[in-house]
Ligand binder design. Structure first.
Ligand SMILES: Nc1ncnc2c1ncn2[C@@H]1O[C@H](COP(=O)(O)OP(=O)(O)OP(=O)(O)O)[C@@H](O)[C@H]1O
Ligand SMILES: [Mg+2]
Length: 499
């Protein structure tokens, strides 16, 4: 074979990258910021392992790898391009590259020790759970999952069950088989977070690169803000333009920076976050969980009904600060079941706030009966559960958002006028972008729907809006009283105080 200019000697550009390339556990996963050398690291590891496969009786090192990406355009536009930059280009030719379906690089080259590497790298887009059909019948040594967080869990599970059958026993079997994967930080309710931080499956090794930037929280009270500084320990800096990370900080929102540059778990919105410009995670989230204080009087509740009932607890301090204490969120449950679970928790956790000081604010449409229930949701709260409950003055989205913004914006104080307990993690993620106007797919400018995307953030956020309306006195007492024939619902509640 003619002398070739192989780039075998490219070395890892950081300690974590090196650990990733040298790892030989059944599964190694690498989480890192943008541009940190993850993809190159994966390519180099695949290549090294192709060369490491023990030769068969005739001196041939056989293996087959599958490079997985979620979509074909991503595969073509980045994964294949990155691989080719290293192992199939004007300088390096190690075998035939076939761009037919599925694109395959058939490597066939000699090593200095006289053995021959014969390996296939097959590029596959597996974007839907049923795309695992494409894997049927394929015998593989290993998988490289590029941008793992874009893949559905069943796909990764399926891949995990399908390595190790190549090369065959006749060729000595695989010296190693397994999966490697690289990705940017996912959200902390992503399956990858669960696996990496909670389940930690046997044989899976999770690695985390240092961030490209580090966050410092500066200032006091209302003036608190995040300052981002370059991280001298970031990896792959030698191959990136000067100031690569810090320059990107300029134009980006903190939630984006945290995930993409600082390598922290978190949410990034692709729609338009509803409280963008008003919500400040550093300012509005308190350091400690808030507890309801009897001296502040009522314990306020915002309710969202429907099949995903949510309740948000809050309190208004005498100087007008709204403290959001706790979130209760459910799925596929009626309001009665929800209340049956909620009330005992409140009684147990907040014994100094008895039911007599609870007051609930709800969607005014909750006064209307449904076809299937003789009592409306507000009525159920009042008459069946003895919780003093009112509809608010309006359920128009703009009005509700305004009531939240009122607390977020209020400029007459030194500290925040709105304080969220850190245990309200779903509300917080919603504020940080999950609660959003959905992006409409049109060419050109970004356009958004005018109503909030219905998602797991929208139900607790709806409930929070009713809470904020109630806390400002935007409550339709008259309609509720009228509904009870001119009697305030308190009387009904009192009569059931022993519930
Ligand atoms: N070992 C290396 N030797 C030389 N250059 C490298 C090496 N590793 C990475 N690079 C350079 O750094 C760039 C970024 O690396 P890479 O694409 O692997 O990062 P990444 O973490 O996958 O980025 P992204 O988050 O954008 O997918 C590459 O395009 C390449 O130019
Ligand atoms: Mg990459």
């Amino acid at each position: 074979m003619a002398q070739q200019k192989y780039r075998f000697d490219i070395i890892a550009q950081g300690e974590v990258l090196e650990e990733y390339m040298l790892g030989r556990e059944p599964v190694t996963m690498l989480m890192g910021p943008l541009g940190s050398g993850k993809t190159y690291g994966s390519c180099m590891r695949v290549f090294n392992q192709m060369c490491e496969q023990a030769p068969n009786a005739t001196g041939i090192r056989k293996s087959r790898w599958i490079a997985v990406r979620n979509t074909y355009p991503d595969l073509k536009g980045t994964t294949i391009k990155d691989w080719q930059e290293l192992y199939h280009n004007a300088d390096v030719q190690l075998g035939k590259f076939n761009m037919d379906f599925p694109p395959t690089h058939s490597l066939n080259f000699d090593l200095p020790d006289g053995t021959t590497v014969q390996s296939e790298l097959v590029f596959m887009a597996l974007d839907r759970p049923d795309s695992v059909k494409k894997l049927r019948g394929i015998q593989t040594t290993g998988f490289w999952l590029n941008e793992v967080k874009e893949l559905a869990k069943p796909i990764v599970d399926m891949c995990d069950g399908r390595h190790g059958r190549y090369p065959s026993a006749m060729d000595g079997g695989p010296s190693w088989h397994g999966m490697i994967g690289d990705y940017n930080a996912p959200d902390d309710d992503h399956w990858l977070y669960e696996l990496a931080e909670k389940i930690k499956p046997e044989g899976w090794h999770f690695l985390r690169q240092p961030g490209g930037v580090i966050e410092h929280v500066r200032g006091e009270g209302k003036n608190r803000y995040s300052e981002w500084v370059p991280n001298p320990d970031a990896e792959n800096l030698n191959n990136l333009p000067d100031g690569y990370y810090i320059r990107q900080v300029e134009s980006k929102a903190d939630d984006w920076i945290r995930v993409n540059l600082a390598n922290q778990y978190g949410t990034v919105a692709d729609g338009l976050p509803i409280y963008r410009g008003q919500w400040n995670d550093v300012l509005h989230v308190s350091k400690f969980n808030q507890l309801p204080l009897p001296k502040h009087g009522k314990l306020l509740m915002g309710f969202d009904f429907g099949r995903t009932p949510a309740c948000i607890l809050g309190q208004l301090t005498p100087n007008g600060q709204l403290r959001v204490i706790r979130e209760f969120i459910s799925e596929n449950m009626g309001i009665r079941t929800f209340l049956d679970e909620l009330i005992p928790i409140l009684k147990k956790d907040y014994p100094n706030m008895p039911k007599a000081c609870w007051e609930a604010y709800c969607d005014p449409s909750g006064l209307g009966k449904s076809d299937t229930d003789e009592n409306s949701p507000i009525e159920i709260l009042n008459t069946e559960y003895g919780i003093l409950a009112y509809g608010t003055t309006s359920n128009k989205p703009e009005n509700r958002w305004e009531s939240v913004r009122y607390f977020l914006n209020n400029a007459e104080r030194d500290d925040a006028n709105f304080v969220l307990s850190p245990q309200c993690s779903v509300l917080r993620k919603g504020f940080n972008g999950g609660y959003q106007l959905r992006r409409i797919q049109v060419a050109g400018d970004a356009r958004y729907t005018s109503i909030a995307d219905k998602n797991k953030f929208s139900h607790p956020h709806d409930a929070l809006q009713y809470l904020c309306q109630g806390a400002q006195g935007e409550v339709n007492y008259a309609a509720t009283d009228e509904f009870y024939g001119g009697q305030p619902p308190t009387q009904t509640a009192d009569s059931l105080a022993g519930y």
